[in-house]
Ligand binder design. Structure first.
Ligand code: C2E
Length: 705
């Protein structure tokens, strides 16, 4: 290191001793000074007025870095030139340095950004040394870390301010010390209103203990993390929130407070509640759904077991509800279901559960009954209540319900057997004519299993060629002439012989198989009748039964017309027999379909007439050609006065409406005579012939001619 020139001013004028002492003292302070500047974490450089380097410390060399030998006899400008290649903006740096020597300001401050991202603060100060000599001290300090920390802090502050969450800082006494914009938004207080106040203004009184416990954990250095709770907004408005809490520490690591991130979870809570609701309640009727019913049933069974009491499960099915949906549309159907649900609910006790488990299926859980009669009483009440007329928009509608009942512990000790058995009992109630209730019994289990087997076998019946029609002639009473023939479906079930339609048609209807079966019989009958027309001299009509399920199909008339065109059978010789249940609907789509059929000349007969509960006014609305008096009335002829009266009335009404009337199930001459006497024109029954295979019918026909 070069020593300053003022050492030379000491000369022999001083005493040697004094000089030595001074020199020693000076040397000590110089060493001290040197040690200090070498140890400092700043790069130090001293130049004279024109930039000659008078002093630099080691750090100055290392910070660039600049080789030591480069410093020898170098001007500051040359050194700066050398080092500038390390900087991001070398030109600016060179210019600034030059400007300092030129303008010689008392001090200056600027920043050097190195290519390797270090940042140095460069401070210079002009100094007067040894009285007149002007020097400049350059001090360069690495401020990279400080700058990063500042940037980080600024980012953090920006994040806190821009966060949608409320970020609140409080001290250990619960005094709010920081309150961001998110907190203003969530709680409705401005920062100026709450800073310095206790956090208690945000905490409902019943939750202050919870808050106290959490703060205790925080103070003791344990984790409290995350919890969901309720806070008060301005005006004590409760808000569902989630709180994430962490301890605030000072530099020494002492806990000095807590920071809380508070998030509004009102919407999430609401959706959670909605999901919860949808998982357990039927959205249309608001009744408990199958899941909730299962829970309640399980609890009720446990309860019944513990206290040795009985409970009942009522499986309620609305009869023929599908017809309402198909004909009046789902909107009306939905309104009707809501009304049914309300009635059912108001019929049972509060402790009982009415649930909707399917489209038109309800299950009622009577959680405590004394005897089976209690369940029967409830079932009766339900049936009565459901069967009162409904006014839905402009429609007055009538419904009935079939109910199956199973009782714990008599008919099952667990939820699934009780449910299964109530279901079987309901089917039995339907089988017995609907609009009634039925208790479960062992026989029903057998019947249910048999029903399943039947359905299974029926599925393959067509492909196995087991389905075929029999034919029964229809007679004009006055002349004995064969005016038509009715096709009656039979099933030759493998291993069981001929099965009557009464036992398999309801199964075919419920399973939808009736569509294929019905079309098959229609086609067969048309083909057969065409052949009889052409080769047997038979000119009568062929009557084919149509189930309400078939009639309901949107494409029903298309199917009929297609079969006619494919078989080449004249439409005016086809008569479709529908039951009163079809016309009873009295609906636009029925009228429309009948209109289409009529326009093609196809005839329509009302089968089993007199057994339905329909209003007679429909007879005028529909394109009907014939009434078929149900055989239950004919059976009691001629002795029974009531049967006589009913048949007389039907015949008279038919005549006055211009309809043909046929009596079914005529078995005796006396019945036929009575019918003829009252001017019933047509009849069908065992008296003339039983339903026959086609070749038997042909043979029978020959005997008539
Ligand atoms: N006791 C008695 N019975 C007589 C007499 N004359 C005819 N019968 C029976 O009475 C039923 C008349 O048919 P239905 O009222 O249309 O009643 C039919 C009809 O509703 C339905 N059915 C039959 N074939 C078909 C079909 O192809 N499609 C549909 N959807 N239903 C059908 O099954 C019902 C029962 O049919 P079957 O068992 O064939 O029973 C037939 C017939 O065999 C008689 O003098 N005395």
């Amino acid at each position: 290191m070069r020593l300053p020139a003022f050492f030379a001013v000491f000369n022999s004028k001083e005493t040697r001793k004094a000089l030595e002492e001074k020199t020693a003292e000076f040397s000590r302070s110089l060493s001290l000074c040197k040690a200090t500047v070498e140890l400092t974490a700043e790069g130090l450089l001293v130049t004279d007025r024109v930039g000659r380097v008078l002093y630099h410390n080691q750090f100055y060399l290392e910070m660039w870095p600049i080789p030591e030998e480069f410093m020898d006899n170098m001007s500051h400008q040359a050194i700066v030139q050398y080092g500038s290649s390390q900087l991001k903006e070398p030109q600016r740096f060179l210019h600034a340095t030059e400007e300092i020597y030129h303008a010689w300001p008392p001090e200056s401050l600027d920043l050097l950004q190195f290519n390797d991202c270090r940042i140095f603060e460069r401070y210079t100060k002009a100094k007067v040394l040894e009285g007149q000599n002007m020097v400049r001290v350059w001090s360069l300090r690495n401020i990279t870390e400080r700058r990063e920390a500042d940037a980080y802090k600024a980012q953090l502050a920006a994040i806190v301010e821009s966060s949608n969450d409320a970020i609140i800082v409080q001290d250990l006494n619960g005094i709010i010390t920081s309150w961001n914009a998110g907190a203003e938004g969530l709680f409705g207080y401005r920062a100026s209103e709450v800073i310095g106040s206790s956090v208690e203004i945000l905490i409902p009184p019943d939750l202050r203990e919870e808050e106290g416990d959490i703060m205790c954990l925080i103070k003791s250095g344990r984790r409290a993390d995350h919890f969901e709770t309720v806070r008060w907004g301005k005006g004590r408005k409760p808000i569902d929130v989630s709180v994430t809490i962490s301890a605030m520490k000072d530099r020494a690591g002492n806990i000095i407070g807590a920071s809380k991130i508070v998030r509004d979870i009102t919407q999430r809570k609401e959706s959670q509640e909605r999901i919860e609701y949808l998982a357990h309640y039927d959205s249309l009727t608001g009744l408990p759904n199958r899941t909730l019913l299962s829970d309640r049933l399980r609890i009720a069974i446990e309860n019944a077991r513990r206290y040795s009491i009985r409970l009942a499960l009522l499986f309620v099915d609305i009869d023929r509800f599908k017809l309402v949906n198909d004909s009046l549309g789902h909107e009306i159907g939905d309104k009707l279901l809501k009304a049914v649900a309300q009635r059912m609910q108001s019929t049972v006790r509060q402790a009982d559960t009415v649930s909707r488990v399917g489209g038109d299926e309800f299950v009622v859980l009577l959680s405590r009954i004394e005897t089976a009669t209690d369940a029967a009483r409830s079932a009766e009440k339900l049936i009565t209540s459901i069967s009162q007329p409904y006014q839905i928009e402009e429609h007055e509608l009538l419904l009935t319900a079939s109910i199956g009942i199973s009782i714990y512990p008599d008919n099952g000790k667990d939820a699934s057997s009780l449910t299964r058995n109530a279901d079987a009992a309901m089917y039995s109630a339907k089988g017995q004519g609907r609009n009634r209730y039925q208790f479960y019994s062992e026989d029903l289990t057998y019947a249910a299993a048999e029903r399943l087997r039947l359905e299974h076998d029926l599925r393959g019946a067509l492909s196995r060629d087991e389905i075929f029609p029999l034919y029964q002639p229809q007679i004009e009473l006055a002349t004995g002439r064969v005016i038509g023939v009715e096709a009656l479906m039979r099933w030759n079930r493998a291993g069981q012989g001929l099965i009557s339609p009464a036992s398999f048609i309801p199964v075919a209807e419920d399973s939808g198989l009736i569509l294929a079966l019905g079309e098959y019989i229609l086609r067969k009958a048309c083909l057969q009748a065409r052949q009889w027309h052409e080769h047997q001299g038979f000119q009568g009509t062929i009557a084919v039964n149509v189930s309400a399920v078939q009639f309901r199909q949107n494409d029903f008339t298309d199917v009929v017309l297609r079969v006619l065109s494919e078989t080449g059978f004249p439409p005016e010789c086809l008569e479709l027999e529908v039951t009163e249940s079809v016309v009873m609907q009295g609906l636009e789509s029925v009228v429309q379909k009948m209109g289409i059929l009529e326009s093609h000349g196809i005839k329509l007969a009302i089968d089993d007439f007199g057994t339905g509960y329909s209003s007679l006014s429909y007879l005028r609305q529909f394109a009907i050609d014939r009434l078929k008096i149900d055989q239950s009335f004919v059976r009691d002829l001629p002795g029974d006065a009531d049967a006589q009266a009913i048949i007389r009335a039907i015949v008279a009404m038919g005549r006055s409406l211009g309809l043909r009337v046929m009596a079914e199930g005529v078995e005796t001459e006396a019945q036929a005579r009575f019918l003829q006497d009252i001017e019933c024109t047509e009849s069908q029954g065992y008296l003339y012939a039983r339903p026959m295979k086609s070749n038997d019918f042909e043979a029978w026909l020959k005997t008539r001619n």
